[in-house]
Design a binder for this molecule. Structure first.
Ligand SMILES: *Cc1c(COP(=O)(O)O)cnc(C)c1O
Length: 387
């Protein structure tokens, strides 16, 4: 019988060993042994499904993959050492020299660098559409376009893209539709329902939610995942059994954690909307968000990230950032600890003001990853820093 999300997150477990442990153990082993010559022959011939070598599979990564597949409604997956190794391995497995990708301007920084600086080494090119203009996508599709790659909500601008519209475009043109679902997690949004072929996560963010491990995962259709798996087991980006174990435990609390993250984030966003030191606030579940209706349709709640513009531009943004006391100044997100970043003076400071505008980052823009501290303390710190 199909069980609810929370139940699957807790009760999807590897087979118990003879010790009848309640919680899954960690299999810190690089390889597995065979009964006899025939067992080893049949295993390598893939006549039986079993663990051979932890670069291919391991009980801890398999447990994690099984959970995420159930959460996303996917058939098969592979777990990676980081979100970026999931992104790179998935693209490298599916793309050939001469292929073309269509993606949005507003996309995770390292993914953007992969598209612009590294994939061209293999003669793979990318065209970008404005996140708020999906009607421009079809004009970018060429005979050699193979993949439509997006994320929603976006980092750091919290723009929302309509998954149903994207799914239809991908289907009409026979493109492989890949979504980085990191900001939403499978608890808030399941892109496969809207036609996504593959879903990628950085497990480093909300999936772990406690800032302990780097991890990544790709899940989706069996046919595509088989290609991704064959490439990945040879090239070696597999997640370690220990990190897989940590992450599988983290998923047991994903629903309750994300509920609180979203509740806190909405309270902060609502509070800032009326603040006289704030130019604008962006959060998918605020009515003022340009894609509020789309967000409501495809997400269960708005996620943990709130973006806002401090009045006074670059200098005001930097001052605000410097006055923060409780919240962490860090580049990560989706942690139990709230984190603030001021992209214009930090991660994107090498760009000119115009270049930043082009990727959706204004000079006074602040991104808060709202954590699990009491909301009154989060708001108090932000208010004193604005004061
Ligand atoms: C962090 C992040 C990644 C990369 O994940 P790592 O685990 O840091 O490699 C990819 N996409 C998005 C949207 C992210 O926020």
């Amino acid at each position: 019988m199909k069980k609810k999300f929370e139940t699957e997150a807790i009760r999807t477990q590897m087979e118990r060993s003879q010790n009848l442990e309640h919680s899954s153990p960690i299999y810190m082993t690089s390889s597995f042994i065979f009964e006899d010559a025939e067992d080893m022959r049949a295993s390598f011939a893939e006549e039986k499904e079993r663990n051979i070598y932890s670069r291919y599979s391991n009980p801890n990564s398999s447990e994690l993959i099984a959970k995420i597949c159930k959460m996303e409604g996917a058939e098969q997956g592979f777990a990676y050492a980081s979100g970026m190794s999931a992104v790179f391995s998935t693209l490298a497995a599916l793309l050939n020299a001469g292929d073309h990708v269509v993606s949005s301007k507003s996309i995770f920084g390292s993914t953007h660098t992969l598209f612009t600086r590294f994939l061209p080494k293999w003669n793979i090119s990318t065209s970008y559409f404005d996140t708020n203009d999906l009607s421009a996508i079809e004009g970018l599709i060429k005979p050699n376009t193979k993949i439509l790659y997006v994320e929603t909500p976006t980092n750091p601008g919290v723009d929302v893209l309509d998954l149903e519209v994207l799914g239809k475009i991908a289907k009409k043109h026979g493109l492989i539709f890949i979504i980085d679902n990191c900001f939403a997690t499978p608890y808030l949004q399941q892109p496969i329902k809207f036609g996504a072929d593959l879903v990628i996560h950085s497990g480093t963010k909300l999936l772990d939610g406690q800032g302990r491990v780097l991890a990544g995962i790709t899940v989706g259709s069996g046919e595509l995942m088989d290609k991704v798996y064959r490439f990945s087991r040879i090239t070696g980006p597999a997640l370690s059994p220990f990190n897989a174990w940590v992450l599988s435990r983290s998923l047991e609390t994903l629903a309750v954690r994300v509920d609180r993250h979203c509740e806190n984030a909405l309270k902060l966003a609502t509070h800032l909307e009326d603040h006289d030191k704030i130019e604008w606030v962006k959060y998918p579940f605020l009515k003022s968000h340009p894609k509020y209706e789309v967000a409501k349709r495809q997400m269960k709640a708005g996620g943990c990230v709130v973006a806002f513009e401090v009045k006074g531009g670059l200098e005001a943004g930097r001052k605000f950032f410097d006055r923060i006391q409780l919240l962490s100044l860090s580049a990560n997100l989706g942690d139990s600890r709230s984190i603030v970043t001021h992209p214009a003076s930090t991660t994107h400071s090498k760009l000119t003001s115009e270049e930043r505008e082009a990727v959706g980052i204004s000079d006074g823009m602040v991104r808060v990853s709202v954590g699990l501290e009491h909301i009154d303390d989060i708001i108090a710190d932000i208010d004193q820093a604005l004061g």
